[in-house]
Design a protein around this ligand. Structure first.
Ligand code: GLC
Length: 428
């Protein structure tokens, strides 16, 4: 699981090339590269095949690495080489600045009214220098999963609102469950591996302490501050107490694995884990709920959900641009987003869907947490533009050093600040 990054990227590239040789010979075949977290592949395939059937085209669905950081490396390779093998890319909400130059401007292809169906903030996140480089497919926000049955068993009437409460509850439940014989039980699982996911988790902690967003909206580097330090010290304390030491190599699916097996009281994850946790064969089916992540107990404390999400973009090198745009419109359309929300708990990017009675009935949490989702805190990708990945990678590395105890939090933040200044240079 912990192969060095270059090996992971190389394996992913090989897989990609192998699939590339299976191109169907007839008709217009549109190739889409989808994710591989949870049931990403299945949902993507079902949607794309429905489009193919409706339009008489064909689709080829490729997989990509689970880690968004590895995925970015793979896509950068393909796009920098001008490869026309992939027509439609699934891109992270933080990438339009980094990869936008490789994608078609969708504006000339679509009726301008199409854009009005989406959250304006997401359309603007996908607009780089006036070019619409992707259409929002699903949005994401970090949320707290908790076991209703265990909270009740240990006498807690509601989920925690502060991190201190979370710590106490996690500790009590963990001790109790272990005494009762489950040695594999942990209080709290999250994403602590050295990759983009840690950037989001740590941004949530820091923001919830009133410690800002690493780089503010004006482009100033703000991360070296006492509140950020306190946030990292808190997470450092979790490791080995309420969280397994192995959390330092967990990505989304590792956390979900522990959680869904019934071995954790709390989990920080994205909404996709909701539908999976309630699937027919899940041991925790019906036993959990979700709420906003806790805040710091200090006066500056505030609840924060990190903003994530995925867009569909058409490669500038595609040989089937019109068909590719049509596929993007279909997949990001109302009906397909509704299907994905109901069956896969992917958060829609269209405000109207949050009023849809069928959807609210199937996924009541989407209505209940609507305000949390629309107020989710973005990573500083808009302001750091093409340098975002360097910023994020410096940040997650510093955070990983601090929470693994390699470097003290204050020192990690001072070093990070110096490094970010070098990355910024004369400007972002
Ligand atoms: C989720 C989010 C994405 C984020 C990633 C980090 O996929 O939607 O925005 O970058 O997690 O692991």
């Amino acid at each position: 699981m912990n192969r060095p990054k270059w090996i992971r990227v190389a394996l992913a590239t090989l897989g990609f090339l192998a699939m590339g040789s299976l191109v169907a010979a007839e008709g217009v075949t549109v190739t889409i590269s989808c994710g591989s977290v949870g049931k990403d592949q299945t949902f993507c395939k079902e949607g794309a095949e429905a489009w193919a059937k409706k339009t008489g085209n064909k689709v080829r669905v490729l997989s990509s690495p689970q880690s968004t950081s590895d995925r970015l490396a793979l896509y950068q390779q393909q796009l920098a080489a001008g490869s026309s093998d992939v027509d439609v890319y699934m891109i992270d909400v933080i990438w339009p600045g980094v990869l936008g130059q490789f994608f078609e401007d969708l504006n000339p292809y679509i009726d301008p009214r199409v854009k009005e169906g989406f959250f304006p903030s997401l359309i603007s996140a996908n607009t780089v220098d006036g070019r619409l480089v992707g259409l929002p497919w699903f949005t994401d926000a970090g949320i707290l999963y908790y076991r209703k049955d265990l909270l009740q068993k240990y006498g807690f009437s509601k989920p925690p609102t502060t991190w201190d409460e979370l710590f106490q509850m996690a500790k009590t439940i963990q001790e109790g469950e272990r005494k009762a014989g489950n040695q594999s039980f942990w209080g709290f699982v999250w994403q602590g591996a050295s990759y983009e996911g840690l950037t989001v988790d740590a941004l949530e902690w820091i923001y919830s302490y009133g410690g800002g967003t690493i780089v503010d909206t004006k482009g100033n580097i703000t991360v070296n501050n006492p509140r950020a330090k306190a946030a990292l010290e808190m997470a450092r304390k979790w490791v080995g107490t309420i969280s397994p030491p192995g959390v330092l190599s967990y990505m989304e699916e590792d956390a979900r694995g522990v959680w869904q097996a019934g071995n954790a009281a709390f989990m920080r994850n994205w909404p996709y884990a909701y539908a999976l946790g309630n699937s027919a064969d899940s041991p925790i089916r019906g036993k959990f709920d979700v709420t906003v992540l806790p805040k710091a107990s200090t006066p500056e404390g505030r609840h924060a959900a990190g903003l994530g999400g995925w867009q569909l973009a058409v490669s500038r090198f595609s040989k089937h641009k019109a068909a590719a745009v049509d596929l993007v419109l279909y997949l990001t359309g109302y009906q397909e987003q509704k299907r994905r929300a109901i069956e896969g708990s992917y958060l829609p990017t269209r405000p109207a869907l949050y009023q849809d009675p069928d959807l609210l009935k199937a996924q009541p949490f989407m209505g209940r947490l609507y305000d949390v989702f629309v107020n989710a805190v973005p990573r500083p990708s808009a302001q750091t533009k093409k340098k975002y990945n360097q910023v994020s990678s410096a940040f997650w590395t510093a955070v990983h050093n601090a929470i693994s105890g390699k470097v003290d939090a204050g020192m990690a933040l001072r070093q990070l600040e110096a490094q970010l200044k070098r990355i910024k240079g004369a400007g972002w």
